[in-house]
Design a binder for this molecule. Structure first.
Ligand SMILES: [Zn+2]
Length: 384
């Protein structure tokens, strides 16, 4: 196999240099053997003083060079070549003839003993690059504001809430971004969005907000004739149909949208019956009810006759809703144990539409309030 000259940057001996070294060390019995030093320089037969200075300078360079990105510095030891004499050099030559630079390196550097010496030489050097901290690119990516994603902005402008959630990386990514303050373009106070959060600390603005596109859900018995926003109406039809097909019975809509004026009347009646404190636990003040958004539905179970709101929880339909409402974009908004956060006693009948993807994430994450879901402060009572 022909010997290929090593490139200039190779850490290994050049063949020409090797031949020069062989020529020099072929007289191992000469009375004044060259002092220890780098092999490449030893062939110049430099005076002892200059050689010592070079070695000191070289040691400094080695310590500095170890930080650089280039190939490791050479540290072939001519002393070993001088001791080993011709036999070793012949072995090196044989290895070169075999074309194995690795073999040459192993022979010349002498393996274990000199490797230990090398370790000593570099003991003050910084740790290998592999041990340095690796920048966490993923973290940087996750911390980006989702409003920097053009598709999110396009979907928001088109009022396509589902597409915005998808463009943000899915419902969990969307939720996290909102909760961590990385969604400046997502307004939880905007009642036209499926992710709107209305509670005792977050009234509508304007307070008499009224949604557009209210319709009656197809194929759903309506007790009070309440309408829903069209997306919520379709989703309620899907929920009621699925329950019927699952054999759990009929679910009817007790009430849906309530205008600001309607709330004034109903809240006033509750206050008359229970006093303000009692009324606040069961009825929203005007301008604070989820029903005003057209995204909330109070449902009841029917078997011929329909039961009351309070009857739902103990019914087959009530149990089915707990397990399956999320599959159609609905959540039970006021759940057991969350009164301190939502400000309302549990209402198993009060469903809130938040869209299929967000509802799935809400269910999968075991969330029990929209406030906690989006990282908002609890709203146990009215402010002021
Ligand atoms: Zn309700």
């Amino acid at each position: 196999m022909p010997i290929t000259p090593a490139p200039e940057s190779s850490p290994f001996l050049l063949p020409a240099e090797f031949r020069a070294a062989v020529a020099q060390h072929a007289q191992p019995l000469a009375p004044a053997a060259p002092p220890p030093g780098p092999l490449r320089r030893s062939r110049r037969a430099a005076p002892l003083a200059r050689e010592s200075a070079r070695r000191a300078a070289r040691a400094d360079r080695l310590l500095i060079a170890d930080d650089a990105d280039g190939p490791p510095p050479r540290h072939v030891r001519p002393r070993r070549i001088a001791r080993g004499g011709v036999v070793l050099l012949l072995a090196v030559g044989g290895a070169l003839l075999l074309g194995s630079t690795a073999a040459v390196t192993a022979l010349v550097s002498g393996g274990g003993a000199d490797a230990a010496a090398d370790a000593q030489l570099f003991s003050d050097a910084p740790p290998p690059v592999a041990a340095l901290p690796v920048p966490v690119m993923k973290q940087a990516q996750v911390s980006a504001d989702i409003c920097g994603v053009p598709e999110v902005m396009t979907a928001l402008e088109a009022h396509d809430d589902a597409a915005a959630v998808t463009a943000a990386g899915g419902a969990e990514a969307f939720r996290l971004a909102v909760a961590e303050g990385r969604a400046r373009c997502v307004d939880l106070a905007d009642p036209t969005r499926v992710w709107a959060v209305i509670n005792k600390a977050r009234p509508y603005s304007p307070v008499d907000y009224r949604p557009t596109g209210l319709v009656m859900p197809d194929g759903v018995r309506s007790i009070e004739g309440g309408a829903l926003r069209s997306d919520a109406a379709s989703a309620l039809t899907a929920l009621v149909t699925a329950a019927r097909e699952a054999g759990v019975g009929e679910i009817a809509l007790e009430s849906g949208f309530r205008s600001y004026q309607t709330q004034e009347g109903s809240y006033g009646r509750q206050v008359a019956q229970r006093g303000q404190e009692g009324a606040d636990l069961v009825s929203a003040r005007p301008g604070f009810s989820e029903h005003q958004s057209g995204l909330a539905a109070d449902v009841v179970a029917c078997a011929g006759e329909c039961g009351s709101l309070d009857d739902l929880a103990a019914s087959a339909q009530g149990a089915w809703i707990v397990d399956h409402a999320w599959e159609h974009g609905w959540i039970v908004r006021y759940s057991e144990g969350s009164t301190d956060v939502t400000g309302y006693s549990p209402e198993p009948w009060h469903l809130r539409y938040i869209g299929a993807e967000l509802a799935r994430t809400y269910h999968d994450g075991g969330w029990t309030s929209l406030e906690e879901f989006f990282g908002l402060e609890p709203a146990p009572g009215y402010v002021g």
